[in-house]
Design a protein around this ligand. Structure first.
Ligand SMILES: [Zn+2]
Length: 68
């Protein structure tokens, strides 16, 4: 399933707050809104999973290679 990867490394997987300063280092993510501290790759992968789940819930597989 295709999901838009934009901002997955800057968006908080808990509260959806998106800001570049949330990403404090290559390894770590610290949300400026809710205060969660989480490994950056785990945060990003949770965002991708949430987006894929949202696409799945809408019942539409958003894959560019089969769209045309
Ligand atoms: Zn947050």
């Amino acid at each position: 399933m295709f999901v838009d990867p934009r901002n997955t490394s800057r968006q908080c997987s808990e509260c959806k707050h998106t800001h570049r300063s949330n990403r404090v280092s290559q390894a770590w993510f610290a949300c400026r809104s809710c205060g969660i501290v989480i490994h950056a790759d785990r945060n990003g992968s949770r965002n991708i999973a949430h987006r894929a789940d949202a696409v799945w819930q809408r019942g539409k597989v958003n894959c560019p290679s089969v769209a045309r």
